[in-house]
Design a protein around this ligand. Structure first.
Ligand code: DMJ
Length: 643
C-alpha cells in the first residue's frame, strides 16, 4: 500500500480540527503548527505499521493452503532448503525463523493426530474386551436416551375434553355357575394366548406358537410394533387381567415408536392400533394410550395426500410416501380399507379438538355420495388418482365388509344423530339384499358376491359378520323393518353355524359354496383353512344380545371347545389348514385378532349384558369398544368437529 492512499483518510479527519479552531481565532497559528505535527505523526505511525505487518504478520499463503487444498496450483512452490521462498516470483530472504515456527507447528499437529489415534485405538480395544451383552446394553442405553428425548418432544399434553359416559366396564359376572365356568374357561384361554406371546413373541407383532418365536406380515411393515399387545389390551382389561394389562401398558409406554422407516397398511394400523389404543384409553383412563393414538394418526395423515383425498392403502411412517397394493384392480384403493377409518378418526377429532381427522373421513364420505353406483352397489375398487371405480366387484366379505359396518356404526356412535350415515347404510343394504342375498336350494340364506355382472354363489367367513350387523341395524331401520332385519341376522347366523357344523373339526372354512349340490361347504383346497377368525362368533354374540336365544351360547360354546381342542398347542393357539381333515396341520400363526376379537366376543357371549352395553359402546371392526358420543348432552363448544 502506498502513502498517498492515506491522504484522503487524513484529510477527512482535518475538518474536525478546523471546526474546533474557528471557535478560538487567537490560537489559529499554534493550531496550524500542531495540525502539521499531527499529520506527520500519523504518517510515520502508518509507515511503521506497514513494515511491522510485512515482517511479523503470519504468512497468509498458509491459510489459503488449508482452506482450499489447492496449494500446488495457487501457491508458489516452497523450497525450504534454500532458507527462503518465492512469493509471486520474488525471493524473500531472512525468513529462517518463520520456517522454523511452521515446522514446529506442523510437528505439534502431527503429534496431536497421533495421540488422538492412539486414544481411539485404546477405546476400541476396551470395547472389544466387553462381552456382547455389555455392548448391547450400552447400545440400548444410548437408544433409550434418544427415545426419551423424542418422547419429550412428542408428548405434548392434549386439551382436556369432557369424557363420554363410560359405563359397564367392570361388570358382566353371570350368576349361573355353568355360564360362569364357561366364561372362566375363555379367560383361561386368553391367558394361555397372552402368556405364550409374552414368553416367545414379546414386542413382535404376532406369535408363531409352534416355532415359539415372533411373527409378522407385511400389513405391519418391517418393524416390531407389538400388534398383539395393542390389540389385546382391552380384552385383558374387561377380563380383569390387570397385571397383564399393566405389562402391556409399560411396553407401549417405553417401546411403541412410530418414527420408523416402515410401510404399513393404513386400514390395519387404524383398526388394530388406533382402535386398540383409543379403547384402552377410554377403559383405563391412561393418557399414554391417547397420546400414542394421536401420534400414530399423525403418521397416517400423509396417506390422504392423493389427487382425490381417497387414501393410499399403505404409507411409510417415516417418509409419508403412500402407494396401493400391487394386486388391486387398476391401481385402486380398497373400499373396506378407506371406508373403515370413520369411527376412529371422529374420536381423534373429539379427543384432540383438531378437525383434521374428521375432515379427512367426511371428505371420503362426500365423494362416495356423489358417485354413480352400478345397481346401487358400491364396487370394491376406487382409483385415488382419477376418482373412478375399478373392477365392478361388490362384496360384503373381504374388500367391502367393514365399509357397510362403519356406515351403521357412525350413526350409532353419534348417538343416532349422523342420519346421513344411516341413510347411506339403508340404501346400501337395500341394494345388497336385492342383488346379493339369496336362499340356497336347501333353504340357507347366503350373501354372494357380485362379479362383472353376475352373482357368485360363494360366501366368505368374513361375510358372516353381517348377521350381527343386520341385527345391530334393525332398530332404526327404514320403514320400520326391524323384525325383518333381525330375522335376516338370524338366518345368516344359522348359515354360518352350518358352515362350521358341516366340517370335521366343527370350525368354519375360509369360504364356502352354494352351488352344484354343495351347501355351506368349501370346495377348493385353499379355502378350507380356519385362521382363528372371529366373524361367526361376533354374529352369535350380537344375536344373543338382541334375542337371548340360548342357541347362540350353545353355538359359541361349540366353537370354544373346537378351538381349544384343535387350535390349542403348548405354545399358544394356531390356525389350522384344513377343517375337513381329522388330522389337521397347523399354520403356526397366533393372529392378533384372536385376542382382540375372537376371545373377546366369546367372553361377552358368556357375560351379562351390563358389560359394555350396546347403548353406550360401539365396537370398531377389530372389536375395540369406543363410547357413544352423547353429543347432545355434552359441551363441545371448543371442538370444531362438532360445531
Ligand atoms: C379383523 O382384523 C377385522 O375384523 C377386519 O375387519 C377383517 N377381519 C379380521 C379378522 O378376520
Amino acid at each position: 500500500m502506498s502513502a498517498p492512499a492515506l491522504l484522503p483518510l487524513a484529510g477527512r479527519r482535518l475538518p474536525a480540527l478546523n471546526l474546533g479552531a474557528s471557535s478560538f481565532p487567537h490560537h489559529r497559528a499554534t493550531l496550524r503548527l500542531s495540525e502539521k505535527f499531527i499529520l506527520l505523526l500519523i504518517l510515520s505511525a502508518f509507515i511503521t505499521l506497514c513494515f511491522g505487518a510485512f515482517f511479523f504478520l503470519p504468512d497468509s499463503s498458509k491459510h489459503k493452503r488449508f482452506d482450499l487444498g489447492l496449494e500446488d496450483v495457487l501457491i508458489p512452490h516452497v523450497d525450504a532448503s534454500k532458507g527462503g521462498k518465492h512469493l509471486g516470483g520474488f525471493l524473500i530472504h531472512g525468513q529462517g525463523h518463520d520456517e522454523h515456527r511452521h515446522r514446529e507447528e506442523e510437528e505439534r499437529l502431527r503429534n496431536k493426530i497421533r495421540a488422538d489415534h492412539e486414544k481411539a485405538l485404546e477405546e476400541a480395544k476396551e470395547k472389544l474386551k466387553k462381552s456382547r451383552d455389555e455392548i448391547q446394553a450400552e447400545i440400548q442405553t444410548e437408544k433409550n436416551k434418544v427415545v426419551q428425548e423424542l418422547k419429550k418432544k412428542d408428548s405434548k399434553p392434549l386439551p382436556p375434553v369432557p369424557l363420554p359416559n363410560l359405563i359397564g366396564i367392570n361388570s358382566g359376572e353371570p350368576a349361573d355357575p355353568d355360564i360362569r365356568e364357561k366364561r372362566n374357561k375363555i379367560k383361561e384361554m386368553m391367558k394361555h394366548a397372552w402368556d405364550n406371546y409374552r414368553q416367545y413373541g414379546w414386542g413382535h407383532n404376532e406369535l408363531k406358537p409352534i416355532a415359539r418365536k415372533g411373527h409378522s406380515t407385511n400389513i405391519f411393515g418391517n418393524s416390531q410394533m407389538g400388534a398383539t399387545i395393542v390389540d389385546a389390551l382391552d380384552t385383558l382389561y374387561i377380563m380383569g387381567l390387570h397385571d397383564e394389562f399393566r405389562e402391556g401398558q409399560e411396553w407401549i409406554d417405553k417401546n411403541l415408536d412410530f418414527s420408523v422407516n416402515s410401510e404399513v397398511s393404513v386400514f390395519e394400523v387404524n383398526i388394530r392400533f388406533i382402535g386398540g389404543l383409543l379403547a384402552a384409553y377410554y377403559l383405563s383412563g391412561q393418557e399414554v394410550f391417547k397420546i400414542k393414538a394421536v401420534q400414530l394418526a399423525g403418521k397416517l395423515l400423509p396417506a390422504f395426500n392423493t389427487p382425490t383425498g381417497i387414501p393410499w392403502a399403505m404409507v411409510n411412517l417415516k417418509s409419508g410416501v403412500g402407494r396401493n397394493w400391487g394386486w388391486a384392480s387398476a391401481g385402486s384403493s380398497i373400499l373396506a380399507e378407506f371406508g373403515t377409518l370413520h369411527m376412529e378418526f371422529v374420536h381423534l377429532s373429539y379427543l384432540t379438538g383438531d378437525p383434521v381427522y374428521y375432515n379427512k373421513v367426511m371428505h371420503i364420505r362426500k365423494l362416495l355420495q356423489k358417485m354413480d353406483r352400478p345397481n346401487g352397489l358400491y364396487p370394491n375398487y376406487l382409483n385415488p388418482r382419477t376418482g373412478r371405480w375399478g373392477q365392478h366387484h361388490t362384496s360384503v366379505g373381504g374388500l367391502g365388509d367393514s365399509f357397510y359396518e362403519y356406515l351403521l356404526k357412525a350413526w350409532l356412535m353419534s348417538d343416532k344423530t349422523d342420519t346421513e350415515a344411516r341413510k347411506m347404510y339403508d340404501d346400501a343394504i337395500e341394494a345388497i339384499e336385492k342383488h346379493l342375498i339369496r336362499k340356497s336350494n336347501g333353504g340357507l340364506t347366503f350373501i354372494g358376491e357380485w362379479k362383472n355382472g353376475h352373482l357368485e354363489r360363494k360366501m366368505g367367513h368374513l361375510t358372516c359378520f353381517a348377521g350381527g350387523m343386520f341385527a345391530l341395524g334393525a332398530d332404526g331401520s327404514r320403514d320400520d323393518k326391524a323384525g325383518h332385519y333381525l330375522q335376516l341376522g338370524a338366518e345368516i347366523a344359522h348359515t354360518c353355524h352350518e358352515s362350521y357344523d358341516r366340517t370335521t373339526l366343527k370350525l368354519g372354512p375360509e369360504a364356502f359354496k352354494f352351488d352344484g349340490g354343495v351347501e355351506a361347504v368349501a370346495v377348493r383346497q385353499n379355502e378350507k383353512y380356519y385362521i382363528l377368525r372371529p366373524e361367526v362368533i361376533e354374529t352369535y354374540w350380537y344375536m344373543w344380545r338382541f334375542t337371548h336365544d340360548p342357541k347362540y351360547r350353545q353355538w359359541g360354546w361349540e366353537a370354544t371347545q373346537a378351538i381349544d381342542k384343535y387350535c390349542r398347542v403348548s405354545g399358544g393357539f394356531s390356525g389350522v389348514k384344513d377343517v375337513y381333515s381329522s388330522s389337521p396341520t397347523y399354520d403356526d400363526v397366533q393372529q392378533s385378532f384372536f385376542l382382540a376379537e375372537t376371545l373377546k366376543y366369546l367372553y361377552l357371549l358368556f357375560s351379562n349384558d351390563d358389560l359394555l352395553p350396546l347403548d353406550n359402546w360401539v365396537f370398531n371392526t377389530e372389536a375395540h369398544p369406543l363410547p357413544v358420543l352423547h353429543l347432545a348432552n355434552t359441551t363441545l363448544s371448543g371442538n370444531p368437529a362438532y360445531r
